[in-house]
Design a binder for this molecule. Structure first.
Ligand SMILES: [Zn+2]
Ligand SMILES: [Zn+2]
Ligand SMILES: [Zn+2]
Ligand SMILES: [Zn+2]
Length: 134
């Protein structure tokens, strides 16, 4: 039964529809009505953590493009900031000035466990960890 119906409905309102896809993030099978995004090899259900991951990735691509443009012009990745950024974010690989990068204990997945490792990260990458923690 568990595999026969859509897994994207709430715990108390199980969706009775026939699933047509598996979510790339939570692995649940979901129906047409609970489709958040379909395209290419991607399939995302409407559960909130999955929607947030999908949206975050879109924003992250845009963020990296913007940082890349500023870095190519020799500027810190943050709008209106100074030239000659000397520090690199270990996650997005953008370049930033000292003020816009911090040493953090960043949770990194190692097999099935999450280990905090020291990393230089920009503010954006630091915020993103919440989306990907689960
Ligand atoms: Zn999902
Ligand atoms: Zn459904
Ligand atoms: Zn970053
Ligand atoms: Zn800066």
């Amino acid at each position: 039964m568990a595999n026969q119906s859509c897994g994207a409905g709430g715990r108390f309102h199980r969706c009775p529809n026939i699933p047509i896809n598996s979510c790339q993030y939570c692995g649940r099978r979901f129906c047409e009505a609970h489709t958040y995004f379909l395209g290419g090899y991607e399939a995302v259900c409407t559960r909130k953590p999955c929607r947030r991951k999908h949206d975050d990735l879109q924003l992250h691509q845009a963020y990296k493009r913007r940082i890349g443009e500023r870095n190519r012009a020799g500027l810190c990745g943050i709008e209106d900031c100074v030239p000659h950024p000397r520090f690199e974010c270990s996650l997005c690989r953008g370049h930033f000035c000292e003020e816009h990068i911090s040493e953090r204990q960043y949770p990194t997945r190692d097999g099935s466990v999450i280990i905090n490792r020291p990393a230089s990260v920009c503010a954006w990458c630091w915020r993103r960890r919440k989306v990907w923690r689960r």
